[in-house]
Design a protein around this ligand. Sequence first.
Ligand code: GLU
Length: 445
Amino acid sequence: MNIEKYLLDLEYKNPGEPEFLQSLREFLMSTREYLSDDFRLENAAILERLSEPDRVFMFKVPWTNDQGKVVVNRGYRVQYNNALGPYKGGLRFHPMLNLGTVKMLAFEQLFKNSLTSLPMGAAMGGADFDPKGKTEGEIMRFCQSFMLELWDLIGADVDVPGIDLGVGTREIGYLFGMYKKLTRRYSGVFTGKGLEWGGSLIRPEAAGYGIIYFLEALLNNRQEALQGKTITVSGFGNVAWGVISKAVELGAKVITISGPDGYIYDPDGITGEKINYLLEMRATHNDIVRPYSFEFPGTQFVEGKKPWERACDIAIPCAIQNELNAGDARQLVANGCRIVVEGANMPCTPEAQELMETHALTFIPGKAANAGGVAVSGLELAQNTVKLNWTRDEVDARLKEIMTGIYHLCVKHGKQPNGQIDFVKGANVAAFLRVVEAMMDQGVV
Ligand code: GLU
């Protein structure tokens, strides 16, 4: 197959969806040799089948705000592929969310879920609803209206939504409440649930902890330690918080966080009560990081800039897709950064990745590094099935084992003739092979 020509067809077929096309391109480029060599895959149109979600739902979500005015949002659920298990993936509430972003996230989820080795297919959904500045009542009414459309599309053996940007345990609670009322069923049909009603310990920390476990495996393999390393982080949400907590526990120093307003530089490192303050800030200050600099003297707020201008050993972008561009990558290179780990989904642009490759930076894609979040969702479902709650240590040990396993899979499938590891290729190929085996076994469906 002529991949360039195929990509042009995909552009025509998916107009206005640059992020989806970006992730398809990356995947096709890194698995091309498998695809062109294997007649079996070509004949089964595996590529074409993987470039198309199983189905897409798009629906109206009307709700009434506190002033009594009706507001209309748009909801989505993309069920991408269920070869490995029931559809599984988060819900995102973000004002800029559109179909192309949801399809990209669903496609990335396919690889991520495959790498965890757990029985999870791939999906993603959400709405262009902005939770910022909304009251508790408004959020509840929005979630209830959203669920009126979604309830009969999901189910424990069908499709299991989880958390993502703008959707945490509070929103899952309101969604689950309505689901339960409509179906009269109490089942583990969501993940990210509250601890009292089926949630798992470590779920909030999971993506961040997982990223650091992956990084630890990488450094151990190079006879290096995390201890003493300087790390820059962007974002200050769930993933950033988990990353900072675990990195600090293991002796690293994290000197930045960021928000849409700019970034914080904390030369002494973010530790102890400052880490807890991230949660408080998120709950009370509406998506800005500036208040951190008022709370902790000796720290600096840099307005309108990104943290990549600070010297570091390791950079972990944890905010949003395409936040780190070629200019940022150039700064990282100039400041001595050696490793970039994607905490968010696809935060580095293709140009940034290219630049890092040219300068021999180690680049770890999000689909491998941040798979810990959905991995613990898988463990949450396992606990729901056996109706037991595992201890913190038990969940943590399994998460670490899964992340170390993903690291080794990437090494196995990403080894280059020169001995270097291409982690993008490793992650894509390892994940792809598992999905493809399952698809081939299950016939043309
Ligand atoms: N959105 C998270 C992820 O990227 C979690 C998805 C889930 O738990 O279903 O993997």
